[in-house]
Design a protein around this ligand. Sequence first.
Ligand code: DAH
Length: 348
Amino acid sequence: MLAFDSMTLADKLQSLKAEALASFQTADSSKALYDKKVHYLGKSGVFTEVMKEMGSLSKEERPQFGKLVNEVKVVLEAAYAEAEQALKKQEIDAQMLSEEIDLSLPSYPLQIGSEHPVHRVINEIAGIMGRLGYSLRQGPLIEKDYYNFEALNIPADHPARDMQDTFFIDKTHVLRTHTSPIQIHSLESEKPPLRIIGTGPVFRCDSDISHLPNFHQIEGMCVDTKVSMADLKGTISFFVKEFFGSGLKTRFRPSFFPFTEPSAEVDCTCPICKGKGCSLCKQSGWIEIGGCGLINPKVFQHAHVEYPKWQGFAFGFGIERMAIIKYGIDDIRLIPENDMRFVRQFEV
Ligand code: DAH
């Protein structure tokens, strides 16, 4: 029994304790339980209010009452912790039940990747040229100035360097602007006769509706004892027919490249307008796919290959150009974007 007179305040405390305990027990969620705890034991809760009434007690009664309040709080805290644990367990059990995973269900179908049009074109070219006896080579993406220009008969200050906007790494190294340096690597390291193709990325500071700063090329080179322009035309015409189908026409336009003499550019019927003229082909009805020519003796000289004992032709085509022609893609920039809606159309 309390030793102080104010039984009314102690009674009030006890009845609040009973009320709080009952409310903890009837809370149906941990959130509701917490709200009740705040209501009774929170900073501005019921018990704080009761404490304020301590002022009405005598000096002797106050410590006893304070002690009593503390005891009640301890009991309530314990009751709260117990109820909270039980409710949390119930809630977790319910959640587990509702989220139960049926391991026997079949999983989502695996998304099979698609072959990127660039790789598809490269693989197809390698297949066609393989049948003509050509095999694949690769070269470094960072080239010495010598391989990218000098050995291909493009000396420093030669105006032909302006044809290709170059990314320089330092004074003597560049990101290769074309796959033609692969010709030199091959001539240096292999003995003719040679029939090689080299593919891969090339880089130029150039970007618009028909130019990409990073695109792909395929280089072809044939070196043998008797090689003429007729062999070159025959090979390219065969290749273009095999690749695009016999519906598209090819034409050769006289042109200039320092590493070939004579040189030509190769055009194909525009696949979008079928030759009538549209924005892709700049109303010409033709799309350029690359250049070609007979290997300039100066290139052989640089690579220490005996000329005219050995002669050759070479060609270089843009892979993305070939892809837009073959698949009728009206904007070359779709190719590097890798939007899945686009790439999925090339599913194997
Ligand atoms: N390298 C040239 C370019 O990127 C393309 C080219 C033209 C390659 C003629 C050749 C060739 O092998 O013979 O513009």
